[in-house]
Design a protein around this ligand. Structure first.
Ligand SMILES: O=P(O)(O)OC[C@H]1O[C@H](O)[C@H](O)[C@@H](O)[C@@H]1O
Length: 546
């Protein structure tokens, strides 16, 4: 057992608890006392302007939070990550997604070997392949050019490319169709391919382990669909299937030539893998040059996180704000609300990044934690949310800190009236931040002549914290910056909470049990060891499907 003090027994933690116990100020008062905070509580990184002035913090709060970060050696663990130390303890692995976007001349060693040349070699192969598909040089088995790209993967092998494809749609080659299949529900693959011509379809099978049952099942069904459509010639597979994986052996077992495999490495976690070979579908969509811009965006934030002092270190500040709410205000969730249609899948992507990383309840030593860890992350594009669940954020009983993400310019694609709608979109973002922070007092409601019996219902308490992330335009680089910002925020929180943010044992049990239950459904066999509730459900299922 190590002698690392328990987080909640550290004096820095106690100091924050005391600070919280004394906390009374409303955001209205904080701004009245210090209007300058609107300018002072802003950090800039790359193209991101991050305004955290509407948070329930003062200079004292921020100083106490930074002291907690120093005591828990967040920057020490950060340096260990960038250096390639095996900070994923339970899997005994380095955590080096930052090497995926390192410049070609950087040196990052794993077991004494510089991994950067391998990274750039794979990027080079991906670029060559992407160009061949985009130009029509890579053809299908019948000689027709590829018009459709279907990525089959799940979790980290799906969410990143699917999210980024949506986000960067304006930069994509519109003559190609892209689909993303993840669900083992046959409906997903069916809907993705039913209107496609197999002769023009390329499947990208994306799986770090190449053992994930959903992906292997869908890939097998996709192969059947392809072969049926192309007259059953096995050798057609080579032109229509490529693999993205760390596991060459399994790729070969599946029947994909490893010459058509794009590799990554066990030091890239699934949820951190989308800027590895896992991004191939996106690279085909936007082209290698744009993909490199995306990587540059990641790198801008990596460099900032590595070098900026604590006072202006954006991921550190965002991580600490989350700790302040989760551990000292009992906030259970965190909303991420993009005011951009293109970011419609952004929060779903962050759910895996954040909740799979920090949904842990034992510390690095395996001791049960005595403090809250990762929040429930949720949200959809803001304007739509306003007409659905914002009511609860404004007037419900829960504290829900939120990030509002917006862009100064709409993309060039939009013209005329559609372009002009952008101001209305952004007016909504600004108005929500304002209403959430400052609310509307009973006096203000009364002064509008509202009948007394309605005053309470129409009063907005305000004091709901938001952080506004504003940038000029949603470019590939800006998307990379945003993702890296959240990656490192999640890192900061895991470091303070003293948990392993890089394993995911919590997803294993369900997988094992599903394998055990399946025979009972398909063969009607008795499955020993089913609990009474599950056994009754299985019996009802069998009865209903007759
Ligand atoms: O890429 P794969 O090996 O197929 O894994 C896909 C996903 O499934 C697993 O269950 C993990 O929970 C995820 O972290 C991973 O991204």
């Amino acid at each position: 057992m190590s002698d690392t003090p328990r987080l909640d027994q550290r004096p820095e933690w106690t100091a924050l608890k005391d600070h919280r116990a004394r906390w009374q100020a409303h955001l209205r008062e904080l701004f009245a006392a210090d209007p300058e905070r609107a300018e002072r509580y802003v950090v800039r990184v790359g193209d991101l302007r991050i305004d955290f002035s509407k948070n329930l913090v003062t200079d004292e709060t921020l100083a106490l939070l930074r002291e907690l970060a120093a005591a828990t050696d967040v920057f020490g663990l950060r340096d260990a990550m960038f250096r390639g130390d095996r900070i994923n303890i339970t899997e005994d692995r380095a955590v080096l997604h930052t090497a995926l976007r390192a410049p070609a001349d950087a040196v990052v060693e794993v077991d004494g070997e510089n991994v950067v040349p391998q990274v750039h070699a794979v990027l080079g192969r991906m670029s060559g392949f992407a160009e061949r598909v985009r130009s029509g040089e890579w053809t299908g088995h019948t000689g027709r050019r590829i018009r459709n790209v279907v990525n089959i993967g799940i979790g980290g092998s799906d969410l990143g490319p699917a999210m980024a494809y949506e986000a960067l749609r304006a930069y994509t080659d519109r003559s190609l169709t892209f689909r993303f299949v993840s669900n083992v529900d046959g409906a997903d693959l069916h809907e993705a391919v039913h209107d496609l011509d197999p002769a023009e379809t390329l499947f990208i099978v994306a799986s770090k382990t190449f053992t994930t049952i959903e992906t292997i099942t869908n890939a097998t069904s996709a192969r059947t669909w392809l072969l049926e459509g192309l007259g059953g010639e096995e050798k057609a597979v080579a032109q229509h299937f490529v693999a993205l994986s760390t596991n060459g052996e399994k790729v070969a077992d599946f029947g994909i030539d490893t010459a058509n495999m794009f590799e990554f490495w066990d030091w890239v976690g699934g949820r951190y893998s989308f800027d590895s070979a896992i991004g191939l579908s996106l690279m085909i969509a936007i082209g290698p040059e744009r993909f490199r811009e995306l990587l540059d965006g990641f790198r801008i934030v990596d460099d900032h996180f590595r070098t900026a002092p604590a006072e202006s270190n954006a991921p550190l500040i965002l991580g600490l704000l989350g700790i302040w709410y989760g551990n000292f205000f009992d906030a259970q969730s965190h909303a991420v609300l993009p005011y951009s249609h293109y970011l419609s899948k952004f929060t779903a992507y962050l759910q895996q990044l954040d909740m799979e990383s920090n949904g842990k309840s034992v510390d690095r030593e395996g001791r049960p934690v005595q403090w809250q860890t990762g929040p429930v992350v949720w949200g959809t594009p803001g304007t739509n949310g306003q007409h659905a669940y914002y009511q609860l954020i404004h007037q419900g009983t829960k504290l829900i800190p939120a990030d509002l993400i917006g862009f100064a310019r709409p993309l060039d694609e939009l013209s005329g009236e559609l372009k002009a709608q952008h101001d209305l979109l952004m007016a909504n973002l600004f108005a929500q931040g304002q209403a959430l922070a400052f609310g509307k007092t009973a006096e203000e409601v009364r002064s509008e002549g509202v009948p007394e019996e309605q005053v309470a219902h129409r009063t907005f308490q305000g004091n709901h914290p938001t952080t506004t992330i504003l940038s000029p335009e949603l470019t590939p680089s800006v998307l990379g910056q945003l993702i890296a910002l959240y990656e490192h925020k999640v890192f900061v929180q895991g470091a303070v909470w003293d948990i392993d943010s890089f394993d995911q044992w919590g997803v294993e049990l369900g997988k094992v049990l599903a394998k055990r239950v399946e025979p009972a459904l398909t063969e009607g066999a008795e499955v020993p060891g089913l609990d009474p509730s599950t056994a009754a459900l299985v019996a009802a299922y069998r009865e209903l499907r007759k």
